[in-house]
Design a protein around this ligand. Structure first.
Ligand SMILES: [Zn+2]
Length: 148
């Protein structure tokens, strides 16, 4: 972690505390047993995700009249989903660990990006059409991490 030279210790501590979860996920695991368990968990999650996320995406796309190009499954540590300009929607396999309502919110969020490639007012208005509690869901999602 790099900080400006004169950053007070308390500020560093605060930053470390607020990012502890993220930092821990980025550190290599020393215990091979733990690594093995994690690999296994990832495999299981990928299997679950493959059998669920593309179908859920397709369901909502059909329901609300969106057309996307393809669905990719990702396991990036930092984002729940993304939508590229070639209309590929990526969904994080970690979504299989969050409550269904939040999972659906992420899918609806990415679908809305097909029409708005930004987080403009128009974008949020569109998300709100299909998930009127999107603000609460966006907030609740912060309690979870997409990493394994
Ligand atoms: Zn977005």
């Amino acid at each position: 972690m790099s900080v400006p030279k004169y950053t007070p210790n308390i500020a560093i501590k605060r930053l470390l505390n607020s990012n502890r979860k993220v930092i821990r996920e980025k550190l290599p695991l020393k215990n091979p047993k733990e690594q093995k368990a994690r690999d296994y968990q990832k495999k299981l999650l990928m299997k679950k995700a493959r059998e669920y996320l593309p179908y859920r995406l397709e369901y909502f796309a059909k329901l609300y009249g969106y057309s996307y190009n393809k669905c990719r499954l990702s396991h990036a540590n930092t984002r729940w989903g993304s939508c590229s300009s070639n209309r590929t929607i990526s969904l994080n396999i970690g979504l299989m660990k969050v409550p269904e309502i939040l999972r659906d919110y992420v899918i609806l969020h990415e679908l809305a990006h097909l029409n708005h490639m930004d987080h403009s007012k128009a974008f949020w208005a569109e998300v709100g059409l299909h998930d009127k509690n999107y603000k609460i869901h966006e907030k609740k999602l912060k309690n979870f991490s997409p990493g394994l």
